[in-house]
Ligand binder design. Sequence first.
Ligand code: B12
Length: 440
Amino acid sequence: MRVMLVQSISVESSVNERVYPIGIVALAGVLRRAGHEVGILDMNMSSDPFSALKKLLLEFAPDAVGLSLRNIDPLGNKTTSFAPHFITAVKVVADLLPDAWIIAGGTGFSLFPERLMRELPEIDFGIVGEAEESLPALLSSPGNPPAVKGLCVRKKSGISVAAPSADFDMAEYGTHDYSLLQPSLYQGINSYVPAVGIETKRGCPYSCAYCVYPALQGRRPRCRPPQKVVDEMEFLHKEYGIESFHFTDPVANIPENHLEDICDEIILRKLKIKWDGFMREDRLNEKNIALFEKAGCECFSFSPDGLSGKALEALNKGLSYSDILKASKLASKTDVISVYHFMVNVPGETAGSRSQALRTIETIYNMHSAKRNLGTVVLNNIRILPGTRIEGLARAEGAIGADTDLLYPVYYNPRPFDAMRHELETLHHCRNTFMWQGIL
Ligand code: B12
């Protein structure tokens, strides 16, 4: 079969940080090995994405088109949505190729499968979650679809959504077939984020109140053997000149010793590469932080989320306030940049937790100012996503109604602390400017 995989628009414009679409590249490799002829398009890399889509659809004339919706919206308190772009892309495919099977997938789709299939009768099937096994199985018999994991299909009674796969064997996961979409095209396109991602594992055992990661990838961390992870980095470095990678795992430094083993392997092979990833604060110590720095870590991305002990509890982070300060202290002594992500005006916020939040920002700046190794502090309200604990709470509190459509950006930001993000941003902005201008 001829199959075209399309990454639909995931960023507001080309000035936003873009990423190499490893989801569809992973699937392209699997489909090729299953004997399909595969084409790939990342619409984010074209200055005229819908012309590029039309051209490739007509030239390649696929029998099936897989549309990947990665992001529903850009988060970050923004009210933009990428749903309209995805909806348009589906309609363009259906119009130009009425006989082709249309299959949807990707993280954004996986969060709203029924909602999107209802909106778009043009979609024949969806697959929620990982699809390395389900997509080839589905394409082997789309006329009589097998009951694969994650399959979304129209039935007389409505749309049925099967439970996603959370058991793809990561030991089987080798280096992707990068030949269909050259990673070198993504070299140097971003200012901050490494465009090329590497998976070292899937799955997240934590239960943070706002988060969809366990629903997307399952709760059990499934690790790739460290050698295979480094084989892939080495290949990308030598073959395509990639120097900087982002570990795409929900949390890069769990389970114990996995990231440490990857670092040992990078050092052993004397690879001159850089990497970053999201770190769990309570797993850091003097020894592993030194190892991470030596092995090329160029940014400690922290997402403690809670700015006070109370907020950490409300978000169910399983972290104590002292875990965060201890990690900040360790990171502030290195020559590696740190970036902190926090959520503001979380459930149960009080005047006391608001004051504590301001003190937390001050403390982090005080720690990092000497070495000026604080990249930034990102302050967000919580985007309410379906199936999360925060959704239930927001509905119970009346912060959102029973009929609120979560497909479009909805943030948890009730009164009376609805201006808290701006207050904290003011403090952060002042401290950041003063740090960089050396006015302390
Ligand atoms: C790593 C990551 C990042 C890294 C990416 C670094 C890099 N170089 O790749 C960073 C931190 C930079 C980042 C940035 C952003 N991210 Co992000 N990111 C992730 C994360 C943790 C993993 C993504 C990943 O690469 N997974 C590995 C690949 C292999 O899996 P995959 O893409 O899901 O593909 C599989 C399946 O989805 C499926 N599939 C995919 N496509 C298709 C298509 C078809 C047809 C089918 C059948 C199946 C299918 O099969 C694939 C293989 O199994 C996810 C959360 C998660 N746990 O999934 C969030 C996530 C995808 N990101 C999200 C968002 C919003 C963003 C940003 C917009 C945030 C921001 N404001 O900066 C940007 C946008 C970047 C961009 N240009 O797209 C959201 C998307 C949902 C939403 N709310 O819209 C998620 C779910 C996180 C969240 N907060 O909820 N991200």
